[in-house]
Write a protein that binds this ligand. Structure first.
Ligand SMILES: NC(=O)c1ccc[n+]([C@@H]2O[C@H](COP(=O)([O-])OP(=O)(O)OC[C@H]3O[C@@H](n4cnc5c(N)ncnc54)[C@H](O)[C@@H]3O)[C@@H](O)[C@H]2O)c1
Ligand SMILES: CC(C)[C@H](C(=O)O)[C@@H](O)C(=O)O
Ligand SMILES: [Mg+2]
Length: 370
C-alpha cells in the first residue's frame, strides 16, 4: 500500500460529473481494499467554474493542478455558456491546464476490445485486434498560435484568422515521445501533417526525419498527409502502430479513430509533460469525448472512457500497472457479459445506464480480486 498520492479531480460539465461518479466508486473500492490511498481534492471547472467562480478555471484551481501528482479531468462545455464570448468559453479550462502545465504530449490509444468488435460501424474484419496509439501535440499549433483574432477590412468585410506555428523543440519533444512509445510496441511511427500545402507541415516532416536519423535510427518512420490518414484509418486502421501529429489534426483523427473502437465514449487519454529535474511529471487524464449535452442528465452516458482514463493514470503517473490492468480487465469482462450502454448497444445485449455499468464493474472487480 502506498499513501499520499495527490489527485485532483475536475469533473466539469454535462456528462462529466456523471461518468466521474463511477470512477469515484472504483477509487472507494480500491481504498476499502487498501490498494491505494489518494489525497483527493476536487474543484469546479468549465461551465461549472463559471457558475461557481465567474471563470472557467481560477488561479487557485491552477495552483492545485500544479501541486497535484495527477489530474483526472471530465469534460467541459455546453449550450448554457455558449453566448458568453470567446474569453469565457468553458473550454478555456482544459486549454489553460494543458498550456500552463506544459502538457505537450496527448496520448490517445484506440484499442478495439474483443467484445466490442461488432459495435464499430466498420466491418469486424477491419477493426478486430486494432491497437493504435495517436500521439497528439497539445500545447502548440493553431490552438495557441499568434496572431489570431477578427479584424475589419478596408472594404467593410471582417476577417477571422488563426495561426499554425511549430518550433523545432515543440516538434522534437513530441516526436521523442512517439518514438519511445513505438520502441515498446511495433517500432513504427507514422508522422502526419500536410507538407504539401503548409509551410509548418513541411517543417514538421523535415524535423521528424532529422530527429529519427539522429536519435531513433532503429525505429521505422513513415510520413502521411492528414487527409490521406483520415481515409486510411477507415480503410485499413491496423496498418498503423503510433501516429504522431499536430494539435488540430490529432483532435480530428482521434475522434475518427474512436469510432473504430465502437464509440467516442470508449476512448481514454493521457496528457503528459516533461519529466522535471525533481522527477515529477505533470499529467492529466481525460476521456476524449466532451460533455455530450444531448444526453446529459439522462444517466445513459458510457463511463468506460473515463474509467479507462483512470487506469491510464494509475499506469503512467503511479506505475500501478497491475491495478490498471485489473480495471481494464473488469471493463472488458463486463462487456463480454453482454452489458452495453446505449452508444455501444448490440442485438442480444442488455442495455444499461451509467450507474448499472459502474456497479457491474465493481462486482467484476470483486470477482477478480477474490
Ligand atoms: N475535453 C473536453 O472537455 C471536451 C472534449 C470534446 C468536446 N468538448 C465540449 O463538449 C461540448 C459538446 O461537444 P460535442 O457534442 O461536439 O462532442 P461530445 O464528445 O460531447 O459528443 C459527441 C457525440 O458523442 C456522444 N457521446 C460523447 N461521449 C459519450 C459517452 N461517454 N457516452 C455516450 N455517448 C457519448 C454524444 O452524446 C454526442 O452525440 C462542447 O462544448 C465541446 O466544446 C469538451
Ligand atoms: C474541448 C476542446 C478544447 C478539446 C480540444 O479541441 O482539444 C477537445 O475537443 C479534446 O479533444 O480534448
Ligand atoms: Mg476533441
Amino acid at each position: 500500500m502506498s499513501a499520499n498520492k495527490k489527485l485532483l479531480i475536475l469533473p466539469g460539465d454535462g456528462i462529466g460529473p456523471e461518468v466521474m461518479r463511477e470512477v469515484r466508486r472504483v477509487i472507494d473500492w480500491m481504498d476499502r481494499r487498501r490498494m491505494v490511498s489518494f489525497d483527493i481534492s476536487d474543484d469546479h471547472v468549465g461551465g461549472a467554474g463559471i457558475d461557481a467562480y465567474g471563470e472557467p478555471i481560477t488561479d487557485a484551481t491552477m495552483q492545485k493542478a500544479k501541486d497535484a501528482d495527477a489530474i483526472l479531468f471530465g469534460s467541459v462545455g455546453g449550450p448554457k455558456w455558449d453566448k458568453l464570448g470567446f474569453q469565457l468559453r468553458p473550454e478555456i479550462a482544459i486549454l489553460r491546464l494543458r498550456k500552463e502545465l506544459d502538457l505537450f504530449a496527448n496520448l490517445r490509444p484506440a484499442t478495439v476490445l474483443e467484445p466490442l468488435v461488432d459495435a464499430s460501424t466498420l466491418k469486424p474484419e477491419v477493426v478486430r485486434g486494432l491497437d493504435l496509439m495517436i500521439v497528439r501535440e497539445s500545447t502548440g499549433g493553431i490552438y495557441f498560435g499568434e496572431p489570431r483574432g477578427v479584424e475589419e477590412l478596408p472594404d467593410g468585410q471582417k476577417r477571422g484568422f488563426d495561426t499554425e506555428t511549430y518550433t523545432t523543440n515543440e516538434i522534437e519533444r513530441v516526436g521523442r515521445v512517439a518514438f519511445e512509445l513505438a520502441r515498446k510496441r511495433q517500432n513504427r511511427v507514422c508522422s502526419v501533417e500536410k507538407a504539401n500545402v503548409m509551410q509548418s507541415g513541411l517543417f514538421w516532416r523535415q524535423t521528424m526525419t532529422a530527429l529519427r536519423e539522429r536519435e531513433f535510427p532503429d525505429v521505422e518512420l513513415s510520413h502521411m498527409y492528414a487527409d490521406n490518414c483520415a481515409m486510411q484509418l477507415v480503410r485499413n486502421p491496423r496498418q498503423f502502430d503510433v501516429i504522431v501529429t499536430s494539435n488540430i489534426f490529432g483532435d480530428l483523427l482521434s475522434d475518427l479513430a474512436s469510432m473504430l473502437t465502437g464509440s467516442l465514449g470508449m476512448l481514454p487519454s493521457a496528457t503528459l509533460g516533461a519529466v522535471q529535474a525533481s522527477g515529477k511529471r505533470h499529467a492529466l487524464y481525460e476521456p476524449i469525448h466532451g460533455s455530450a449535452p444531448d444526453i446529459a442528465g439522462k444517466g445513459i452516458a458510457n463511463p468506460l472512457g473515463q474509467l479507462l482514463s483512470f487506469a491510464m493514470l494509475l499506469r503512467y503517473s503511479f506505475n500501478m500497472d497491475e491495478d490498471a490492468a485489473l480495471i481494464e480487465t473488469a471493463c472488458t469482462n463486463v462487456l463480454r457479459n453482454g452489458l452495453r450502454t446505449a452508444d455501444i448497444m448490440a442485438p442480444g445485449s442488455a442495455r444499461v445506464g451509467t450507474g448499472v455499468m459502474g456497479e457491474s464493474i465493481l462486482r467484476e472487480l470483486d470477482k477478480l480480486a477474490a
